[in-house]
Write a protein that binds this ligand. Structure first.
Ligand SMILES: Nc1ncnc2c1ncn2[C@@H]1O[C@H](COP(=O)(O)OP(=O)(O)OP(=O)(O)O)[C@@H](O)[C@H]1O
Ligand SMILES: [Mg+2]
Length: 377
């Protein structure tokens, strides 16, 4: 009996290994098939050569030697086919004449609740900002003070505001100062105990002009202290101005102030995060002037529109058009580029976190109008 049991166990294990080997060789076969069917080859018909396969924590790294004339771009253009045929998330990295294709077998979670502890990051960062989880399960965190300014885009209902709430919360618990322009006036006024919020055109213009003034004062303080970094000046905090749905801003004065800020504010430790559905000149003339100064790009679902993806991520970059219709799924581009799932947060939970962390409520200054609270929904 025990022999039979043992052999049954061995048999099942054997089957499992066989299935695993079958899946694995099918995966390699499919990758080769896409290369062949999509004619990923140079003009002499030479294809990238798969020289090594190494197992990763969530799939495989396939290493290719490139023939002359084949570049990372040739792989990127075929990402959709690689992803469809292997039923996996696929990313590429380039190292000289070598491409590393990472194939992630496990799916990215569709909802990841917000959780962030900035303390370990504060050792090296001034304004740590969690962007989202990668397919390997790693949280991508960037320093707003290095990115300087950021553009967030994507069609309605796929996570811009939820992402911004996470950013606001993270920045506040990291000890940064935050101001928000929210002309929809639904989400951020609820957090007005912790941040300055502008909801009308007038308030927006006032806040932006005030920030330009602050930028000048900060620059002066830095000069006086003969300091290059704001950490060297007493009581100066990194400040982030967030604009949710920037296309709603109408006044030229406001756009002029935004333009000044994205050109000059970084030296004084002020960063801008600007969100909008479509950052094109058709939506608002202002975007044409400021876009090139927003180095960090975060793009959520664009409904398969490669023009929108290129407006958001840069010319020739259609990667956001390949995103599945999943809220929170995004492409983050700054120096490198990756697909992430941003953490989900709503205002109720954000308030709870800020209360739990004992984040001090702000004192309302004389020159500020207090925002009118609207009922949610
Ligand atoms: N990171 C996320 N993970 C899971 N679900 C999310 C995430 N972000 C948003 N959602 C879902 O999508 C809905 C819409 O999100 P959100 O309000 O952030 O979209 P938006 O891009 O700001 O849209 P709009 O342009 O209309 O303002 C949320 O109510 C929530 O149900
Ligand atoms: Mg929104």
């Amino acid at each position: 009996m025990s022999n039979r049991k043992q052999s049954l166990l061995e048999w099942s294990l054997d089957q499992l290994i066989k299935q695993y080997r079958k899946d694995e060789s099918e995966l390699f076969y499919k990758v080769e098939e896409v290369i062949s069917a999509s004619r990923l080859e140079n003009k002499d018909g030479i294809r990238p050569n798969l020289i090594k396969k190494t197992e990763s924590e969530n799939g495989w790294h396939l290493i290719f030697n490139l023939p002359p004339d084949i570049t990372l771009d040739d792989f990127e253009k075929r990402r959709k086919s690689f992803q469809t045929f292997t039923n996996s998330i696929v990313e590429f990295k380039n190292n000289g004449p070598i491409i590393i294709m990472s194939v992630y077998r496990k799916k990215l979670k569709e909802i990841i609740p917000f959780h962030f502890d900035p303390r370990p990051y504060l050792k090296t960062m001034l304004a740590p900002l969690p962007i989202g989880y990668s397919p390997t399960g790693k949280l991508a965190v960037t320093d707003m003070a290095s990115v300087h300014h950021m553009l967030i885009s994507g069609v309605t209902g796929y996570g811009k505001t939820s992402g911004l709430l996470g950013m606001v919360t993270s920045l506040l618990i990291a000890g940064c100062e935050v101001s928000v322009i929210d002309k929809k006036a639904i989400d951020f006024p609820i957090l007005s105990d912790y941040l300055e919020v502008a909801i009308t055109e007038n308030e927006t213009e006032t806040m932006l002009k005030k920030t330009v003034k602050e930028m000048e004062i900060r620059a002066e303080k830095l000069r006086d202290a003969k300091a290059q970094k704001i950490q060297q000046v007493k009581d100066m905090k990194y400040k982030v101005v967030i604009i949710d749905e920037a296309a709603d801003i109408e006044s030229n004065n406001s756009w002029e102030a935004i333009d000044k800020l994205v050109r000059k504010a970084r030296a004084g430790g002020i960063g801008l995060i600007i969100a909008t559905q479509k950052p094109s000149a058709n939506t608002s003339k202002g975007f044409t002037d400021i876009r090139s100064n927003l180095a960090g790009r975060l793009c959520y679902y664009v409904n398969g529109d490669s023009t929108d993806s290129q407006i958001a991520l840069g010319k020739g970059n259609s990667r956001a058009a390949e995103l599945p219709a999943i809220a929170g799924r995004c492409i983050w581009k700054w120096k490198t580029e990756e697909m992430l799932q941003s953490m989900f947060l709503d205002t109720e939970e954000a308030i709870k976190i800020l209360q739990e962390k004992n984040i001090p409520k702000r004192e309302v200054k004389q020159d500020e109008q207090s925002p009118v609270l609207l009922p949610p929904g």
